[in-house]
Design a protein around this ligand. Structure first.
Ligand code: FAD
Ligand code: NAD
Length: 466
């Protein structure tokens, strides 16, 4: 068998793996990247990007439909609203293709050797790849970086296939289902559930917990729950989906109180979380330390085996693309001999519903749990001119700061189109800003960002516009 040598061997070409490869190449490290499916990984092919493209199509259709139904307050009307799903899917796929081809081009230009095929780990320095083009190849390396990502969790009563969809198949439906049941009111269930509702499906969401987005505080998620109900989505909280009905045209659901009922469904989207991809490619052979089903790493993203590194979803929560990318950069720099750690003060998280939810850093419950004496202040978008002129006005920005020195600890916000505020929130936390710093910065008028400054004013007891 042919043996190729490389200094850094990366398994997985998702946001973690490809960013690590690009940074390593910039630093002059001889790098090989193995990808079994498609460059860009979950994020570019079947995750962040196609989901946001589908959400955009649904939003556009919703606006036209509202105009048709006379449901907007400013007098814009339209004729019949129609959606050509084939065309919408083609447009979405075009974006995916452009981005994944772009990643391929960047890797090529950087001089990274990309091997297409499934990797099988032999030991910490050797990997076999069943390549698409040239049969089996053995690659020997000095450093092995594991970036194999995650996969959707399957429910025993609702295995994927037929009418039961994972997020991947739910993103590529050729037609709008008449009845869609979504199991799980987390990120995927809410983002895709709302998108398909706006495209015309009757949607019911079944969630085991008592409320949607149980990982966020309730005040923050209440406007989302209200919007979902207003959109005509049925929310079945405190319920478990047990399987398909006998005729395969519905989902059997059991509530915590023991009631059983059937929800009609042409399709069922199971979105109950993702698990690190740790099986099927020989990872077990390394005997790495694990934590909650994911590969355990230290602050440098180094595993328990010398010169074996791991990043991204494979290393557990939070499973977010920007975390994977940042970890990839850290590993490349560590291998180049730099002193680096992945130790951010805050990892932003956004749920792209309408309204959107943004959280960065600590919330009230985190502070209370840690015994920190904190100030929390909220500024409602109802008092923000830009929000009102965008037909918004719902939601708020909340700032959290230490009481003693007013150091910022966290931001939470909910409102239409506010995802871009995540950058301002992250900068302020990473730069150790205080309430006084944010209050003293000019925020352009009229923008949603003024709510950021106003929440700081309010926390300092000198709110101007409320
Ligand atoms: P992945 O992107 O999963 O990449 C791993 C790659 O490794 C894959 O391409 C896989 O084919 C390859 N691979 C695995 N095993 C092997 C092997 N043995 N040999 C060769 N190749 C292998 N995150 C956000 O931050 N924002 C969002 O808006 C967002 N939306 C999402 C929407 C959906 C529907 C989903 C499913 C996820 C979303 N995520 C989002 C999460 C995000 O996609 C992941 O956190 C991110 O892709 C993780 O990157 P990664 O590099 O760790 O793994
Ligand atoms: P999730 O963890 O966000 O939500 C899963 C939900 O399913 C939870 O509310 C949980 O209580 C519920 N649940 C679990 N078992 C259940 C059962 N048997 N019956 C009913 N409900 C059940 O998971 P997800 O939505 O599948 O997303 C997976 C991951 O993908 C996320 O954790 C996130 O890291 C990533 N993601 C991020 C974004 C984003 O950043 N905007 C978008 C999509 C996905």
């Amino acid at each position: 068998m042919k043996i190729n040598q490389t200094k850094l061997l990366i398994l997985g070409g998702g946001p973690g793996g490809y960013v690590a490869a690009l940074r390593a190449a910039q630093l002059g490290i001889d790098t090989t990247l193995v990808e079994g499916l498609a460059l860009g990984g979950t994020c570019l092919n079947v995750g962040c990007i196609p989901s946001k493209a589908l959400i955009h199509v649904a939003q556009e259709f919703h606006v036209v439909r509202q105009a048709m139904l006379g449901g907007n307050p400013f007098g814009v009307s339209a004729g019949e609203a129609l959606i050509n799903m084939a065309r919408a899917q083609e447009w979405k796929q075009g974006i995916v293709t452009k981005l994944t081809a772009g990643v391929g081009g960047l890797l090529k230009r950087a001089g990274v050797r990309v091997v297409r095929g499934w990797a099988q780990v032999v030991d910490g320095k050797t990997v076999d790849v069943e390549t698409d083009a040239q049969g089996r190849e053995r690659i020997a390396c000095e450093h092995l970086l594991l970036a194999t990502g995650s996969e959707p969790i399957e429910l025993p009563g609702l295995p994927y296939g037929g009418p039961v969809l994972s997020s991947t198949t739910a993103l590529s439906l050729a037609q709008v289902p008449r009845h869609l049941v979504v199991v799980g009111a987390g990120y995927i269930g809410l983002e895709l559930g709302l998108a398909w509702r706006r495209l015309g499906a009757e949607v019911a969401i079944v969630e085991a917990s008592d409320r949607i987005l149980p990982g966020y505080d309730e005040e923050l998620t209440r406007p989302v729950a209200t919007a979902l109900t207003r959109a005509g989505i049925t929310l079945r909280m405190g319920c478990i989906a047990e399987g398909l009905s006998d005729e395969n045209d519905g989902v059997r659901v059991r509530s915590k109180l023991g009631d059983e009922f059937i929800l009609p469904a042409d399709n069922v989207l199971v979105a109950v979380g993702r698990r690190a991809r740790t099986q099927g490619y020989g990872l077990e052979a390394l005997g790495l330390d694990m934590e909650s089903g994911a590969v355990k790493v230290d602050l440098r993203c180094h595993t328990s085996m010398r010169d074996v590194w791991a990043i991204g979803d494979l290393t557990g929560e939070p499973m977010l693309a920007h975390r994977a990318m940042a970890q990839g950069e850290v590993v490349a720099e560590c291998i180049a001999g730099h002193r680096r750690e992945f130790n951010p003060r805050a990892i932003p998280a956004i749920c792209f519903t309408d309204p959107e939810v943004v959280t960065v850093g600590q919330g009230p419950a985190d502070c209370a749990g840690a015994g920190i004496d904190y100030i929390a202040a909220q500024f409602p978008f109802a008092a923000n001119g830009r929000a009102l002129s965008l037909c918004g006005g719902e939601g708020f920005v909340r700032v959290i700061a230490r009481s003693d020195n007013r150091l910022l600890l966290g931001w939470q916000a909910v409102g239409p189109g506010i995802s871009e505020l995540a950058a301002a929130f992250s900068y302020s936390l990473e730069m150790n800003a205080t309430l006084d710093d944010v209050a003293s910065i000019l925020h352009a008028h009229p923008t949603l960002g003024e709510a950021v400054q106003e929440s700081a004013f309010r926390a300092l007891g000198r709110a101007l516009h409320i």
